[in-house]
Design a protein around this ligand. Structure first.
Ligand code: URA
Length: 253
């Protein structure tokens, strides 16, 4: 029985309370599961357990009621948050800053697919589907991310071409990207499509040519947008959006 809960937001929960485990398995509500535990009906790894604080690892512990082995499969959920400025992408912050988990509340323990900087706004996906998340984040699957970048000064054509071909950053050259300068913005507003996720990549790509990024908004991740969401709002993805992400990431539907 594990007693430690993994606090890292990027890793699926290792240990859950026994009553939650039973609820996840569809045995009973959490409250009724507590009654089963208190009544001595539940065995973990061969021993009757009546302590409600007991945690079990869905992978490693054997939970039995009567002669039935209980398997808990947490429902896989997928959602998109329209991240506002000044929220950081972490589970907790020792400096007490606001985190994206102040905005997203679900029964299932979800974690963000990659990160957005504190000042960056827009599409931030969350899921408890670790296989899909790691594939989405891997550059080899070419899942496009589109950023609306607002620059202090207009983007020179020669820099746009260089950004499209790849920029040398301290951690390597960026892969080919697509730049679309929005008309009527004095070349200050740009849509940039990339499929990598290096740390602060977009800001560093523009900063490497001396541009100041005034605003950065992720408008799309694998086709998922914040349509219908105000800043700070979130929604579950539709079945069609999930199927499309899986297809793009090479995961069987
Ligand atoms: N690139 C950045 O520079 N910042 C982000 O938040 C995301 C991509």
């Amino acid at each position: 029985m594990e007693q430690v809960e993994n606090k890292d937001s990027n890793i699926l929960p290792q240990a859950v309370r026994l009553n939650r485990f039973l609820a996840m398995a569809g045995i009973a509500s959490r409250r009724k599961a507590e009654n089963l535990i208190l009544a001595g009906e539940v065995k973990v790894n061969g021993k009757v357990v009546t302590d409600l604080a007991t945690k079990v690892s869905p992978k490693n512990d054997r939970v039995v009621i009567g002669s039935k082995v209980i398997a808990a499969e947490e429902r896989l959920v997928y959602l998109v948050l329209n991240k506002p400025k000044d929220y950081i992408t972490t589970a907790s912050d020792e400096r007490g800053r606001k985190t994206v988990f102040d905005l997203v509340r679900t029964r299932e323990r979800v974690f963000p697919v990659g990160r957005l900087d504190r000042k960056t706004t827009g599409v931030l996906l969350f899921t408890n589907d670790g296989a899909l998340a790691s594939r989405l984040m891997h550059p080899s699957h070419n899942v496009p991310k589109i950023y609306h970048v607002t620059l202090e000064t207009g983007l020179d054509e020669k820099h746009a071409v260089k950004i499209e071909h790849g920029v040398h950053l301290e951690d390597g050259k960026t892969a080919p990207a697509h730049v679309d300068i929005l008309s009527g913005t004095k070349r200050r507003d740009v849509l940039l499509a990339i499929h990598e996720g290096k740390n602060r990549q977009v800001r560093r790509m523009f900063e490497s040519f001396g541009y100041e990024v005034k605003r950065l908004d992720r408008v799309e991740y694998g086709g998922v947008t914040t349509q219908g969401l105000k800043r700070g709002g979130w929604r579950f993805l539709s079945a069609r959006e999930v199927a499309s992400l899986k297809e793009q990431a090479g995961v069987e539907n």
